[in-house]
Design a protein around this ligand. Sequence first.
Ligand SMILES: [Zn+2]
Length: 562
Amino acid sequence: MYDLILKGGRIYDGSGLPSFIGDVAIGNGRIEEIGKINAPADRVLDVGGLAVAPGIIDFHTHFDAQLWWEPLASSSTDHGVTTVVMGNCGLTLAPCKPEGREALIGTFVRVEAMPRESLEAGIPWEWRTHGEFLDALERRSLGLNVATLIGHCAVRQYAMGEASVERAASDAEIAEMEALVRQGMAAGAFGFSTNSNQSHYREDGKPVASRFAGLGEIARLCRAVGESRRGLVQFTHGAFATPEHVAHISQWYDTILKETRRPLIGESIRHRWSEPELWRKQLNDVEERCRQGYAAYAMTSTRPSLRRWTLKDSNRLDEIAEWKNLMHMPVELRKERLRDRQTRVKLDRATSEGKPINFSRRWDCVWVKKAALAENQALEGKTVDELARLQAKPPIDAFLDLALSEDLETTFEDSATQGDLEAVRAIFASPHVLLGQSDAGAHVANGNPGFGYATIMLAHWVRRHRIMTLEEAIKKLTFLPASLFGIHNRGLLRRGMAADLFAFDPEKIDLAPPEKVSDLPERAPRYIQRAKGIHYTIVNGSVLMENGAHKGAYPGKVLRSI
Ligand SMILES: [Zn+2]
């Protein structure tokens, strides 16, 4: 007699092997059998026609505060996430002395854009050490599994107080920090995170504490992680601001890798129109470190920075002077000019000749998002380039003829990042790149929240653009992060593994529109974003979410690396 059977789904087991149809039997929180199962169970879910996969492991979140008042980690669990790693970017709420709380709050307020009043009201501060933080979390109900990193800023604040945001550490202070990292690893943290991003400041305008660390401090703290022979180091450094910063980052990479012999997640790689070749160089750097024998990884965001605009009212093309001049004309005059052949020739030349800043200047990267007229609906989703081929005319004419026929009310869409499919395919497919960077739990007022990064991957990149197989995408969202962090009993559907799964319709999975809610402590607002097409999220063998609704269970666990 099993607790739960998922019957007749197509199983994507997380390994990247081809999917197959079968049943999954669950008992005592674990996967007991996979195959053709006729035994009885307390509950049988018919998942015929759905994909069944390991739960998503979101390895880059900032749920450190939210989980104390909202144990579901919404909206992550809406998207099939069953495990989150928090404590990224050098920021954690432990270790912390009472007199250091204000400093940590000020860091979260500024770097992660969380409301101060919610943090002040919502964090119970039942701990000093990282281990006590994990114990306190264990006393709470949790919807999903939680793993932690030890944050450098918290460690530095604990050992140095306010001097942590003023100067380099002394030998004795570094020794105290080392002890804190060792304690945290001994208590079950999954590694250490640090941050040298030059745009990261506390609320009071001081740089975050980890930015004051010297190479010696980094070496010794990372060595303490390496000694545990568990976990990894996560390194946030932001854009390559100056040649000095580039050299600094490179030294930190080499030091961390050499001192730990553990995986390092650094570098955020994504395609940008302003520096369209930079991603190749970044990817080469990571690959070169791997050739030297280090476990170096980068991450990328699956969220494109989509822009929607019309030729009626938009500054989207303003970086091209010819377009900007035109867009500033009164609408009737603008329409007249857009019909003029000479103007079109000039616009076409100006678009293709200059260097992109934010706008791609490529007609294969601009598509029709919404037609204003019913008769043009069939064109939605097509790129301007595709329209041009369909209508056997130059792209500039296809673009302007459509817009003019709809009184300039056609909505076009393009993306400022991850807009070049060829680049995205190469970045996403690289074995050195993790898909994620959701920052879930942070930047709460962002109307484009990160919870649904896996849903975007499965809907936008796999279904729509077919940039990799569903098998491969599931592996990158589950087995790969589980393996790197050392969460060894999750991330795969195999007998004996923890029963974290989600079942979804690959043809229907998608983001719902973002919603503004006021559910933070002190009723501060935030954005959430639900999913479509996800039927079940199962954590440790219990159904957590069913068709977007929480079913009342809190089956999540605090994960420990020991
Ligand atoms: Zn982060």
